[in-house]
Design a protein around this ligand. Structure first.
Ligand code: SF4
Ligand code: SF4
Length: 459
């Protein structure tokens, strides 16, 4: 029985710690996993490159970014409508960092706090050595956390190179130091005030709630009324005979944001459910379950089950699925090379006494693949030949190169007196070693002069 109560009183906390561990391990390991030289997510501003799901995209291909942002926002709306501030209590780095610093380092390791069950009490007086050790240990962890964040923008291999040569990478060092210092200040000084006063998500999340959103709820029906409708505390222990709340305030002491859940839903609640766990052993003495449950207002009011499938959640779910399909589709249509074609200001050149007409272009080739390739191109008009470049050329992975391209014709393409004529042509550019996979088509024009102009050159 005692063992059961012990397990029940740690029901949510155990699941949260497991979630924290999984998230921490995944976020630390992911930047080091590469497939074909690409990361699962990397927004590399230095190389002007986005890696997504192990595929590399050039900054010119950032048409994927809106899909990623839509997915992110829809994901937040979906999660909040369904599970309230479940992100805050179960996944947010701020909460994970505070649990590491306050509960693990200060309480369990250095004995600076009496118990994790009382988060209202300050640290013990004196004990300066332990306090200094706690700050040093957290500073090391803050540096690792800042590095981990940076690895999603500067790949680890570059990160370690930059770190060995700080004098030549002052901006990078500035960012790394800035984020580390912020994390030290945030976790040691700001604490949960960040969640309550600064975090923008805390401000906006309440509009996404409805009566079926799951959240920690104190059962006033069972426990009794503690606060009046104006939020004024009436008493700690309700006087009614049937009121179960003992007024022990274990749920208040354990709350990291220092609120009393018995007052109802509050902006400061981060959904950690420590209060729900804290009430378990108190109520167990009377053979009853915790007065604080992870449920919805509707379910609590009507003694029913929480309704997860409802119009809003289904609508967000559908929109999320569509955005994900859109992202996958756009990602799969990725071109492994890019080609921009620009014409020079001169329409054409006439050579060989009017027998040859040349057009000059600038082709910007870009190898967006993770391997080196050799490139060349063809023109769809058999009367127009490539005068320059004569041979395929090599382009290293993720590099770009400008090529001056001269197309020429010795045929009479247009026989008109009136004006110069633009002839539409299609350029098929490809990697000679992967002609089926790496190929792009671009449309441009070849200008051909009027007969009058050509005759001037002919003797
Ligand atoms: S822990 Fe339970 S019994 Fe104690 S004050 Fe909170 S709600 Fe009431
Ligand atoms: S009220 Fe409960 S769930 Fe909300 S922050 Fe406090 S302890 Fe966590």
């Amino acid at each position: 029985m005692a063992c059961n109560i012990d397990n029940e009183s740690k029901k949510h906390i155990k699941k949260r710690y497991l979630t924290f561990t999984i998230i921490t391990v995944i976020s630390l390991v992911l930047p080091f996993i590469k497939v074909n030289g690409n990361h699962i997510f990397l927004l590399n501003f230095g190389e002007k490159q986005l890696n997504l799901l192990f595929t590399s995209f050039d900054m010119q291909e950032l048409y994927l970014m809106p899909f990623i942002l839509i997915l992110m926002f829809l994901g937040i709306f979906f999660m909040t409508t369904l599970g309230g501030r479940v992100w805050c209590g179960w996944s947010c780095p701020q909460t994970i960092f505070r649990v590491i610093y306050r509960d693990l380092l200060q309480t369990k390791l250095l004995n600076l706090r009496k118990s994790t069950k009382n988060k209202q009490a300050e640290t013990k007086k004196g004990m300066y050595l332990q306090k200094t050790i706690a700050i040093i240990l957290w500073s090391i962890l803050a540096f690792i956390a800042a590095s981990d964040f940076i690895w999603y923008f500067v790949p680890p291999e570059t990160y370690f190179k930059f770190l060995q040569d700080p004098a030549n990478h002052t901006v990078f060092i500035g960012f790394l130091a800035g984020i580390t210092i912020f994390l030290i200040y945030d976790v040691i000084m700001l604490k949960e005030n960040f969640c309550v006063y600064i975090c923008p998500y805390a401000r906006v999340q309440s509009v996404m709630f409805d009566e079926n959103t799951i959240q920690p709820i104190y059962s006033e029906k069972r426990g009794g009324k503690i606060y009046d409708e104006h939020g004024k505390k009436l008493w700690s222990k309700p006087p009614g005979e049937d009121d179960d709340c003992t007024g022990c305030e274990a749920c208040v002491r354990v709350c990291p944001t220092h609120i009393d859940i018995r007052k109802g839903m509050q902006l400061e609640c981060i959904n950690c459910l420590e209060c729900a766990d804290a009430c378990v052993p108190v109520m167990a003495k009377f053979g009853k379950e915790s007065l604080i449950q992870w449920t919805s207002a509707n379910a609590e009011e009507n003694n029913t089950k929480t309704q997860y499938i409802r119009f809003r959640t289904v609508a967000y779910g559908v929109a999320l699925t569509l955005a994900f399909i859109g992202l996958m589709y756009m990602g799969s249509t990725k071109e492994h090379m890019l080609l921009n074609i620009n014409r020079t200001s001169e329409l054409y050149k006439i050579k060989d006494e009017g027998k040859t007409v040349q057009n000059v272009y600038t082709f910007l080739f870009q190898n967006t693949d993770s391997k080196d390739h050799e490139y060349y191109f063809e023109v769809d008009n058999k009367d127009i030949k490539i005068a320059k470049p004569k041979k395929p050329f090599k382009l290293r992975a993720r590099k770009k190169e400008k090529k001056v391209v001269i197309l020429k014709t010795t045929k009479m393409l247009i026989d008109t007196d009136r004006k110069d004529t633009p002839i539409p042509i299609t350029i098929k550019a490809y990697a000679t070693d992967a002609k089926d996979k790496i190929v792009v088509f671009r449309h441009t024009v070849f200008f051909y002069p009027s007969k009058k102009v050509l005759e001037k050159y002919r003797k």
